[in-house]
Write a protein that binds this ligand. Structure first.
Ligand SMILES: C[S@@+](CC[C@H](N)C(=O)[O-])C[C@H]1O[C@@H](n2cnc3c(N)ncnc32)[C@H](O)[C@@H]1O
Length: 262
């Protein structure tokens, strides 16, 4: 696992600031894009309660709650949960940490965990075991993490250029990055059988440049991007599709794994 550092932030402080600034999610979820597409794939054919670990502002959670699915959201940023409550007061939510889930063994038929485990500076294997503990036999985990590949190394190089730390200034943990084989090994070690791994372009490098963004995304609007996906122009989409077609593991941003309790 490769660790990415930044000049400021850190895990909990980063999310606190990010969710304070972001508007509440609209409740829309694009089922053709990340993460909706993968949540739908993982939950197809499952029955029983679902946990969304690291639910953030609740775009996934709210969608399934609206469909009548029994689902609970957990996140360690209480302010994000408060934003969800202003929209959906009756939605089950719990403030807590994914490294110690406050649920009994075998409580859930499925766990959705999008973009959570790469926020842990250490203890990812233990957190995955914790996730397995709360799943029933045959229960399904859908998990995404930041990929350790050429694409994200370019992003990190750009970010390091833009925010050089002053001499003597400490760098802080930003994200853990995983190679596909490495993450598959972690899932196996935690007692999961891998069903499928997808190489996904969520927030592609090209989206950083206005010229490659879809017409209605030229002005950055996090709420829109989170509801629709980080949509590119035809040119941007073509370039991204080409690189993803030939080198998916190197040009994706995110690895999405769907696994079941072995
Ligand atoms: C990338 S966001 C994803 C939010 C949501 N799953 C979605 O796809 O919209 C990651 C979320 O994980 C939460 N998180 C990070 N580390 C966590 C931890 N140790 N325990 C609980 N939540 C955590 C953050 O607060 C944030 O809301």
């Amino acid at each position: 696992m490769r660790i990415t550092y930044r000049s400021h932030g850190g895990n909990q402080a980063y999310w606190q600031e990010r969710w304070e600034q972001a508007p509440a999610d609209s409740g829309g979820l694009n089922l053709a894009a990340y993460p909706g597409r993968f949540a739908a794939e993982a939950l197809a054919g499952t029955e029983g309660p679902v946990l969304e670990a690291g639910c953030g502002l609740g775009r996934v959670l709210r969608h399934y709650h609206g469909q009548g699915r029994e689902i609970i959201g957990l996140d360690f940023i209480a302010d994000a949960l408060a934003k969800i409550r202003t929209q959906e007061p009756e939605l089950p939510l719990l403030a807590g940490d994914v490294t110690g889930l406050p649920f009994a063994d075998k409580s859930f038929a499925a766990v959705l965990a999008f973009g959570v485990y790469h926020n842990l500076p250490q203890g990812v294997a233990e957190a995955l075991s914790e996730c397995r503990r709360v799943l029933t036999k045959g229960g399904v985990l859908c998990v995404s993490v930041r990929a350790d590949n050429l694409h994200n190394r370019c992003i990190d190089w750009l970010a390091a250029r833009q925010a050089r730390t002053a001499p003597g200034e400490a760098k802080v943990f930003h994200k853990a990055n995983f190679r596909a084989d490495e993450f598959a090994g972690l899932l196996r070690g935690a007692g999961f059988r891998l069903r499928i791994m997808h190489f996904v372009e969520n927030y592609p490098l090209l989206y950083k440049f206005r010229v490659f963004r879809a017409a209605d995304h030229k002005h950055f609007d996090e709420g829109l991007a989170r509801a629709e996906g980080y949509r590119l122009s035809s040119l941007g989409h073509g370039l991204q599709a080409l690189s993803n077609r030939f080198w998916p593991a190197q040009f994706c941003t995110t690895i999405v794994a769907i696994a079941e309790v072995a």
